[in-house]
Design a protein around this ligand. Structure first.
Ligand code: A2H
Length: 253
């Protein structure tokens, strides 16, 4: 880790009806699952979001944006970044175990899928970001590996009560092209390095570094208003656009 704080883009994924039982008491409020990402320019390729079944999350009221769902640790950090009225104070509306969020549907910015689902990822770390991750399987090897695990293992889906139609229709979307890895970098490297599952940590770390470097320095966007532009040139613009449209905020930790 570097010396200074890390800046993340916090993507607001708005929870859609029908609300899962654990959120019924919040009916009528705007509720968002919030995910910290380093790659706001890839949001065109979201196919789902990730929640850890065993992590404890909370719902808390923000000043401007309705209710956020994330770990308590992230809520505390946010309370020092003007998300709540008083520094260090946040009102916990609910405590929720990840398991109970699985299968809920959200609307997330920029993706071509009007509705995406919260699915289980077992490698999520409790002490990073919000504990919720947005999934871009075209460009994140971790996301692709976790999605393939669910797609090819019906028993894994059943264990968490995930219906086939929350997963099977969601294909990685080509959003960014690099000369070396083509237009689905994560898929290319998953195959090339013969990654077996989301637990294949060593190879996934290697794949992640490769995708990130090539994507940033050689990547060209294939979709959206900056189609044809280099990632380096538009990453910041896309972050700003998300923020201006009220779909994201900056978050540090
Ligand atoms: B990234 P860093 Cl397309 N546990 O967003 C595990 N992973 C987490 C997490 C947590 N608690 N919180 C955030 N992340 C993921 C997009 C993306 C990301 C792409 C490609 C690479 C990539 C879509 N998922 O990250 O340790 C989030 O996934 C590669 C590292 O702070 C976030 O950005 O560097 C990134 O890890 C933050 O990880």
């Amino acid at each position: 880790e570097g010396a200074g704080p890390q800046e993340y883009t916090l993507i607001k994924m708005v929870v859609l009806e029908p609300l899962p039982n654990c959120l019924i008491s919040l009916k009528g409020k705007k509720i968002s699952l919030v995910a910290a990402t380093l790659r706001p320019e890839t949001m065109y390729g979201q196919t789902n979001c990730w929640v850890h079944p065993d992590i404890k999350y909370i719902a808390f009221e923000t000043v401007k944006d309705g209710v956020f769902i994330c770990t308590k640790r992230a809520a505390r950090n946010m309370s020092y970044q003007d998300f709540t009225e008083k520094d260090g104070e946040f009102k916990i509306l609910l405590e929720i175990v990840g398991q109970d969020l699985l299968g809920l549907s959200v609307q997330s910015p920029f993706t071509c899928y009007p509705k995406i689902y919260a699915l289980p990822m077992l490698t999520i770390k409790e002490d990073k970001g919000t504990g919720i991750v947005t999934s871009v399987p075209s460009d994140s090897p971790d996301d692709y590996a976790a999605l393939v695990d669910l797609q090819k293992k019906p028993a894994f889906r059943e264990k968490y009560g995930i219906a086939d139609d929350m997963i099977l229709p969601f294909k990685p979307v080509p959003i960014l092209e690099t000369p070396d890895f083509g237009n689905l970098s994560a898929v290319y490297l998953y195959d090339e390095l013969k990654i077996q599952s989301q637990n294949d940590r060593e190879k996934l770390t290697q794949a992640k570094e490769m995708v990130y470097l090539k994507g940033f320095y050689d990547g060209v966007l294939l979709v959206g208003e900056h189609k044809g532009s280099k990632i380096q040139d538009v990453k910041k613009n896309l972050q700003t656009k998300l923020i201006q449209e009220g779909k994201a905020v900056i978050y540090y930790e």
